[in-house]
Write a protein that binds this ligand. Structure first.
Ligand SMILES: Cc1cc2nc3c(=O)[nH]c(=O)nc-3n(C[C@H](O)[C@H](O)[C@H](O)COP(=O)(O)O)c2cc1C
Length: 301
């Protein structure tokens, strides 16, 4: 069987398939449905220094080939995570990665510093791209200076693997990826959701409580693929690709465009076993095509 191992900085992944933050809870919620140890990495729900209520309902709308959400980083804060959730997930035999968000360089850094203390969390994914919060979030990820400032502050206090998650709601994602690389990011992941809207025509008003939301699912795949290709050809650090992946073939497309690993988000809502299916599917595809290692397809396009 082909070797599925991939590496991001010095962190080893048993396969390149991870779950996207906000679509797989803390992993435990899926434990009865999919063998968690077979997933390459579990990226848990966005965590912030202080607890957040999130936005009012309605905060999800189904769209053609996708969905809009404006959950707004609802979570109980980093201390609750460390005390109550971490003990329940620390022994899952995969890379547990915490997705970190904030509203200033200080709150990002303080949240990262507390997670740095957790032995069984070898990496964080820095979310500088959430479109659904008023302060912070995407505001940092849409300019080189904003992105660089957050990465610099976090890099100063976080010694393990640092993945920075980029926003597609920009004109030049390559320059933002380069700014993150220059400040010491170990990898970039892309893409977060694309800003969108949906209207209730009877009420003549937006369907989502805060008017706009982030579009995810198969509808965004071609946009994500183009951005992964562009960024992977411009930076030296590994790229993690996501956006609309819902099949083995989708995952292979991203890897051929230069992604070292991939994340699956919205597709978990349709098929909670999709991560295992894609992992097994990549393995079978490599075998059927005479490849001995996943490395043989990364960046071949
Ligand atoms: C309901 C929902 C909640 C999300 N929450 C987060 C989050 O907390 N942090 C984050 O970085 N991304 C979050 N995302 C974005 C996803 O991780 C992913 O970047 C996006 O959905 C694109 O991938 P997909 O098309 O495979 O879903 C969320 C997405 C959805 C649909």
């Amino acid at each position: 069987m082909a070797d599925l191992n991939v590496k991001i900085s010095n962190l080893q992944f048993k396969n390149p398939v991870m779950t996207a933050s906000g679509t797989f809870g803390y992993g435990l919620e899926f434990a009865d449905l999919v063998p968690l140890h077979e997933i390459g990495g579990i990226i848990v729900k966005g965590t912030t220094l202080h607890s957040r209520e999130g936005n009012d309902s309605p905060r999800m709308v189904e769209t053609a080939s996708g969905m809009l959400n404006c959950v707004g980083l609802q979570n109980k804060g980093v201390d609750y995570f460390c005390k109550h959730i971490y003990p329940q997930i620390r022994d899952i035999d995969t890379n547990i990665i915490v997705n970190v968000s904030g509203d200033s360089a200080e709150t990002y850094a303080e949240c990262a510093r507390r997670i740095n203390e957790l032995d069984a969390v070898p990496a964080i994914e820095l979310n500088i791209s959430c479109p659904n919060v008023k302060e912070g979030g995407m505001a940092f990820g849409v300019s080189c200076a904003g992105a660089a400032g957050i990465v610099k502050a976090v890099r100063a206090v976080y010694q393990k693997t640092l993945i920075v998650k980029l926003s597609p709601n920009v004109t030049d994602i390559v320059s933002i990826a380069r700014a993150c690389e220059e400040e010491g990011a170990d990898a970039v992941s892309l893409i977060n959701t694309l800003m969108g809207m949906a209207i209730d025509i009877e009420k003549r008003e937006p369907l989502l409580s805060i008017r706009t939301g982030g579009l995810s699912g198969p509808a965004i795949k071609p946009v994500a693929l183009r951005m992964v290709y562009d960024v992977a050809h411009a930076v030296k650090i590994p790229v993690v690709g996501l956006g609309g992946i819902s099949s083995t073939e989708d995952a292979i497309e991203f890897m051929m465009c230069g992604a070292t690993a991939i994340e699956i988000g919205t597709a978990n809502f349709i098929d909670p076993t999709i991560t295992k299916k894609v992992k097994d599917g990549i393995s079978s595809w490599l075998d059927a095509h005479g490849c001995r290692s996943i490395q043989e397809i990364i960046g071949v396009v």
